[in-house]
Design a protein around this ligand. Structure first.
Ligand SMILES: [Zn+2]
Length: 306
């Protein structure tokens, strides 16, 4: 069984014309996967819908004043600009639902070995501020949640979005049982990159082969050294060669192979994995769908082939 977590609210947000955030990609990805399922009689996909978490649940992770101001719409204008979305009731509801979705993927992974969230990856949210389209750090929230489950003593967050996981790094700096591992472009947002436990910074124009070879060698070392019992994986597709906010030269098949690599390592070692789709930016949102679908294709191959 391959559980996929989705909620229609992910794409239900009014944004100004020309806004960079590809808000419709979630609905498009969901529809693409539904259409694929109809063609495939043997599918074993289970769709699950999360319910928004309560605001108070976030106050252990983020500064309570930040959470109060964010959800009460009293955050200073400069702080909202840093986030990059206009404030709305729908925005905060979407945030609470998406955070719940990554948490739900963790619970599903503990049951089925894998859970995929068709949203998530808001890794630029810090303790007391948000940035880069990220209000609440669902990865850090889910990693701490995973540690509350039976037999989970060490969690690794593997963040393959092209942008460094700065918020996750700072939020989890003192969590000795959570290892943060970010693979990203060295000359890209965020300008300041606070240290993760493991940072693999690759240069602009890194090719598919360079990316996969380097990532695989560091991944092998990281897994051998830290022996995690749970993995949270950000499968951002902004590593793609045509991404509008990324600078790598990784092709479509490279994304599939990266996702397949991570998932097959987990499956072979019997490590549950909760994956999120992460970043991916195109003016034409439909062009992102096939890229994000690689995560699901890789999961079907790894988990359904026995
Ligand atoms: Zn990104």
């Amino acid at each position: 069984m391959l559980p996929l977590v989705y909620h229609p609210i992910y794409s239900e947000l009014e944004l100004p014309d020309g806004h960079r955030y590809p808000i419709s990609k979630y609905r498009r990805l969901y529809q693409y996967l539904i259409d694929e399922m109809k063609l495939d009689q043997d599918n074993e996909i289970l769709f699950c819908q999360p319910e928004a978490i309560g605001v108070d649940e976030l106050k252990a992770l983020h500064h309570p004043d930040y959470i109060e101001a964010l959800f009460g719409n009293t955050l200073p204008a400069a702080k909202m600009r840093r986030i990059g979305f206009p404030w709305s009731q729908q925005l905060v509801k979407r945030t609470l639902t998406s955070t719940a979705g990554t948490k739900m993927a963790v619970d599903l992974a503990s049951q089925y070995g894998i859970g995929i969230h068709l949203s998530g990856g808001y890794h630029h949210a810090h303790h007391d501020f948000g940035s880069g389209f990220c209000l609440v750090n669902d990865l850090a929230f889910a990693a701490r949640h995973a540690l509350t489950l039976d037999n989970i003593d060490k969690v690794m967050v593997i963040d393959c979005d092209v942008h460094q996981g700065d918020g996750t790094a700072t939020l989890l700096r003192d969590d000795d049982n959570i290892i943060t591992f970010s693979v990203h472009c060295d000359k890209n947002f965020p300008a300041r990159k606070p240290a993760s436990d493991i940072d693999l910074a690759l240069p602009k124009h890194t090719t598919t082969t360079e990316y996969l070879e380097t990532f695989e060698s560091i991944l092998n070392l990281a897994l051998a050294q830290h022996q995690p019992d749970f993995i949270i994986y950000d499968a951002g597709v902004d590593i793609h060669q045509h991404d509008e906010l990324g600078y790598f030269d990784v092709c479509l098949d490279g994304i599939f192979r990266r996702d397949h690599l991570v998932l097959s390592r987990c499956q072979k070692a019997d490590i549950p994995i909760a994956a999120v789709v992460g970043g991916g930016y195109r003016q034409d949102h439909q062009q992102l769908v096939e890229l994000h679908a690689q995560l699901v294709h890789a999961a079907r191959k790894v988990y359904h082939s026995g």
